[in-house]
Write a protein that binds this ligand. Structure first.
Ligand SMILES: Nc1ncnc2c1ncn2[C@@H]1O[C@H](COP(=O)(O)OP(=O)(O)O)[C@@H](O)[C@H]1O
Ligand SMILES: O=C(CO)[C@@H](O)[C@H](O)COP(=O)(O)O
Length: 489
């Protein structure tokens, strides 16, 4: 019997994950394809946008050759890693590798912007300049790779580049625009004030569309490469954290979201445009002038995958989790700070690096593995503390991302944050959000809220365990002293 599905394409930093989702929210099939994350020198992180397209084609191909037929795909939408800068020439060709969200080479440009604009930048964009944002990377190119900068005819965000390959149309949505630092959160337009001051050619910026608006259709040439039917509707999509919030149903200020992918994110819905004085990011959610705030750990899942690759290359993630579980809460006193690529929230420091503190000759690989899981989670707890101090504590959190695959890590999150953690039926929050945007765009639902309500399926609520909570609280106090004593500048 013929099914109807939408494809949610989540262009993460480690891999693209394509989910085929039915009108009732059932994930009918999923396929994933990894791509390299290049680190040519400390602090530099790049990817080849052509790898994103090839991986997306391979994942769609897998789905269409196994579990679904091309005629069953009614619509497609996206979720993508935020901020990363893709530059194209007049012929729409990539002219250098994308500079990614976790790349801190543009720290000086971020400082310059903060100095040049003062509070005005936060007023307009809701954010202080951080080296993660697209604009600082663009200014870095202007200064260090002038010949490349002068060839730029279009700048794109990752999901928008892949959508361009599918539809031949250029566009972005409000949530990814907000992550560039060139977007006025109040007028919901590109900011003339910022564009004029930095003398940017406004025509290099993509036109803005709503996340659930149709941005084009599958072209005949993309149909040839994948088997998708020419003319299949393609919807704009959203930044991965906005899509994650939508796909997890975390849309209001009383809910929190924790996403552990390559980065780690703690996020909350917000009703009005505003800011946290730059301490947290303030972003546009996408549909209907809605917003969210968030703090970001630069290397959350990335710290775990670095540890695995460096010290336990023969183990799977599941085996590493099982090994960590054989240690005890507090990892026999061993602490890890996940600053291996610098840190964003709360330190905004591209120079600091990670550490293991308190190594004892009795510590085993299991203690080191457990310390890594705990240290990443303490770093996310720093963000919970910022919300608490701002008077808007998070009382429960929905968990998504690769980190939410592990029952051990879900319990650790509940114990360290000391709030109940909700596990979803499928941890692919951003991919689910992308599917919701396609479903709303097709008219299957009247709004994102209506779609989220009927599609999001919770699997379990994990309460904190009180004995572990008190051990982690003591360890977290020690953890908070490490940054000031290990920072470089
Ligand atoms: N079984 C697992 N248990 C715990 N963590 C896992 C597991 N599998 C993967 N991860 C973590 O999830 C991360 C990838 O998550 P994902 O959401 O796919 O990232 P991204 O969206 O950045 O590509 C990996 O870096 C790893 O740290
Ligand atoms: O920089 C941010 C958010 O500001 C990151 O959260 C990126 O959006 C990357 O996401 P993942 O690949 O870790 O999902």
């Amino acid at each position: 019997m013929k099914m109807a599905v939408v494809l949610g394409i989540d262009l993460g930093t480690s891999a693209v994950k394509v989910s085929a989702v039915s009108p009732t929210g059932e994930v009918v099939a999923q396929a994933s394809e990894a791509y390299p994350l290049n680190n040519p020198q400390p602090g530099y992180y790049e990817q080849d946008p052509i790898d994103w397209t090839n991986a997306t084609i391979a994942a769609i191909h897998t789905l269409l050759s196994t579990e679904i037929a091309p005629g069953e795909v009614y619509g497609i939408s996206f979720s993508g890693q935020m901020h990363s800068l893709v530059v194209l020439n007049q012929r729409r060709e990539v002219i250098r590798p994308a500079i990614l969200w976790n790349d801190t080479r543009s720290s000086e440009e971020a400082q310059w912007l903060n100095h040049e604009f003062g509070d005005k930048l936060i007023e307009i964009t809701g954010n202080q300049a951080l080296p993660g944002f697209t604009l600082t990377k663009l200014l870095w190119l202007a200064r260090h790779e002038t010949a490349t900068y002068e060839q730029i005819a279009h700048i794109m965000l990752p999901k928008d580049y892949v959508r361009l390959q599918i539809t031949d149309q250029i566009a972005t949505d409000f949530s990814d625009a907000a992550g560039t630092l060139l977007f006025d959160l109040h007028t919901q337009q590109w900011s003339d004030v910022i564009i004029d001051r930095i003398k940017l050619k406004p025509e290099i910026l993509p036109p803005l569309l709503a996340a659930d608006a149709q941005a084009g259709t599958v072209t005949a040439s993309f149909s040839d490469r994948t088997g998708l039917i020419t003319g299949t509707p393609v919807f704009t999509g959203a930044a991965d954290n906005a899509a994650g919030a939508i796909g997890a149903g975390v849309l209001n200020p009383d809910q929190g979201l924790v996403s552990i992918g390559t980065s780690g994110v703690v996020l909350k819905g917000e009703e009005q445009a505003g800011d946290y004085a730059g301490e947290l990011q303030f972003e546009a959610l996408g549909p209907n002038k809605r917003y969210y705030s968030m703090g970001v750990t630069l290397a959350a899942g990335y710290s775990l995958s670095w540890f695995k690759q460096t010290f336990a290359a023969n183990m799977s993630f599941d085996e590493l989790v099982a090994l960590a579980e054989t240690s005890i809460p507090g990892a026999h006193g061993l602490l890890f700070t996940p600053y291996i690529v610098g840190e964003r929230t709360p330190h905004n420091d591209g120079h600091v690096r990670g550490s293991f503190i308190g190594i004892d000759s009795q510590h085993t690989l299991a203690d080191f593995a457990r310390a890594v899981f705990e240290g990443i989670t303490y770093s996310l707890n720093d963000i919970f503390k910022i919300y608490e101090q701002a008077g808007t504590p998070i009382h429960q959190a929905v968990a998504i991302g690769g980190g939410a695959k592990s029952a051990f890590w879900l319990q650790l999150q509940a114990d360290i944050f000391n709030v109940p953690v909700i596990q979803l039926a499928n941890e692919q929050g951003p991919g689910m959000g992308a599917a919701v945007l396609a479903a709303v765009g097709l008219g299957w639902f009247g709004s994102v809220d209506e779609a989220a309500q009927s599609i999001v399926s919770q699997k379990a609520t994990i309460p904190p365990e009180s004995d572990a909570v008190s051990i982690y609280q003591q360890q977290y106090q020690r953890y908070t002293q490490i940054y000031a004593n290990t920072k470089i500048l």
